[in-house]
Write a protein that binds this ligand. Structure first.
Ligand code: SF4
Length: 179
């Protein structure tokens, strides 16, 4: 798992990608995955489309975006599936037609890993599986997660980014990195 600093220290950041990294890691630890092919899946995330977290070459990748719900904003991520960069073999992941609220991304990762384990062929890697089945099954698997919640006491947490305590708002400044 790799992430860029996101809004922890980058003024270009849209989302707290380091917080998401921790949240996904916790979820994966709780899944107690033994399968070596599943454990080999690389997950990468960036706090904005610029891609310093290399989301485009992750088997599962995310970049930070936002969702507008009435007058409020919700942190969100755009997923990519099937990217890689190993031993000169480079391919960008395919972008899904999904925009996931940030707090639901660990649920989406768990669903995709379980789908892969249940439906793959013998010895099929995650990327080979993704190539064979295409984007649609991945989009269908998380469709209900992409529907943004209305603001209420029950959904308030979804309007706060990972590792933050105040309501989410996009605040971008000038970047300090090469981008
Ligand atoms: S500019 Fe780079 S380091 Fe900053 S949030 Fe975007 S992807 Fe991350």
């Amino acid at each position: 798992m790799i992430s860029c600093p996101g809004t922890d220290s980058c003024k270009m950041g849209i989302t707290a990608s380091m917080g998401l990294n921790e949240a996904i890691q916790e979820r994966i630890d709780s899944m107690e995955i033994d399968d070596p092919l599943t454990r080999a899946i690389q997950i990468k995330m960036s706090g904005c489309p610029n891609g310093c977290g290399q989301h485009h070459i992750g088997a599962i990748g995310f970049y930070g975006a936002s969702l507008k719900i009435g007058a409020r904003q919700m942190p969100a991520y755009i997923p990519h599936i099937g990217g890689r960069a190993t031993a000169g073999d480079v391919a960008f992941g395919k972008r899904l037609k999904s925009r996931l609220p940030a707090k639901r991304v660990p649920d989406a990762v768990e669903r995709w890993l379980r789908m892969y384990e249940a439906e793959r062929s013998e010895g099929e890697t995650f990327n080979a599986f993704a190539e064979r089945v295409g984007n649609e099954p991945f989009e269908v698997e998380v469709k209900e997660l992409t529907l943004p919640a209305e603001f209420s006491l029950e959904t308030m947490e979804e309007f706060i980014d990972w590792n933050r305590s105040s309501p989410y708002k996009v605040e971008r400044g000038e970047g300090e990195c090469a981008i």
